[in-house]
Design a protein around this ligand. Sequence first.
Ligand code: SF4
Ligand code: SF4
Length: 378
Amino acid sequence: MGNLNLVKEMPKKLGFGCMRLPIRDGKSECIDLEQFKRMADAYLEKGFVYFDTAYPYHNEKSEEAVKKCVVERYDRDKFLLADKMPVWLVKEEKDYQPIFERQLERCGVEYFDFYLLHALDAGRVKELDATNGWAFAKRVKEEGKVRNIGFSFHDSAEVLEDILKNHPEMDFVQLQINYYDWESNNVQSRKCYEVAEKYHMPVIVMEPIKGGTLANVIGEPANLLRSLDDKASFASYAIRFAASLPNVMVVLSGMSNEEQLLDNLSYMEDFKPLSEVEKKTIEQVCEELSKLIRIECTKCRYCVEGCPMHIEIPELFGLYNLAMQFGVTDSMKGNYNWNTSRGGKASTCIKCGKCEQHCPQHLTIRELLETVAETFEK
Ligand code: SF4
Ligand code: SF4
């Protein structure tokens, strides 16, 4: 059973996500340490305490940056530190301990306040079962090297319920929650939050701005948000939406520069949950956004298996819909390139038509892929 006291004990609900720190020369591993130090100082000075890092962030340089910019500059009781076991690197039980010790060393600490099994889904749960990962997490807590154990999660509410039922030793859970995904069939933010609530689990929120997407609202959704307060940032509504949920202990924001940090601090220092009017407006924003969805793909993936060009059709359609809602941003193009580095680009479609025979939505996939290619490849 989770420990809901953690929610009450957290002084402020904004967490410093260390996965998108300021960088130099466009290189993820070249973290701008001086800027990060200034940001950490401003954050701590306002009474915020929670830093969240992980083994792979910034090509494995995030943990060391936290050591240099936070751990070596502040007493250990002045901040809380979360780190995560990269479960995908574990092949057998004996792999856990050396990875964990490397993490303590990289961060320069003797214990973690929060330690997560990173990015669990149904497949990873099986791997953890096979390698005794749960027992490892329990043991490091018993040894005092971790104060609270939990996991971050990317799967359905049903899978989450199975985990929580089988693992009452977990203290908290980290979920992807934002107003855009609240009712989505794919991410299932609301359903997952409700399962966590049922098991009295404190919730840490990741992706409250959906990877920056909700900071770039355009068109009618933007007008609606501006009508509430034309000075408030779009990101502020997304972060406050997540922080307004009662069982949320902390909302992580991956802040990449001082401007973003100052914006976040401005409304989270003296946090006020969303008002009824703000909640209603966000509902309207979601309605307006759903009207902008152009391709009614349900992500069933029946089309994918037979595609000779290995095109990730539903992923590309999902990105196209996002582009219609928020405009084509650089990060969306990056996402497109990432998705098509494993499968083919939309323009590689040879128009064999196999996919369309399997699509229960009767989508004209060949034609739609041409539009996707025009949007992302030109
Ligand atoms: S028509 Fe294009 S997308 Fe569909 S199966 Fe053939 S190559 Fe793949
Ligand atoms: S079969 Fe149709 S609805 Fe299903 S994922 Fe493919 S395009 Fe989308």
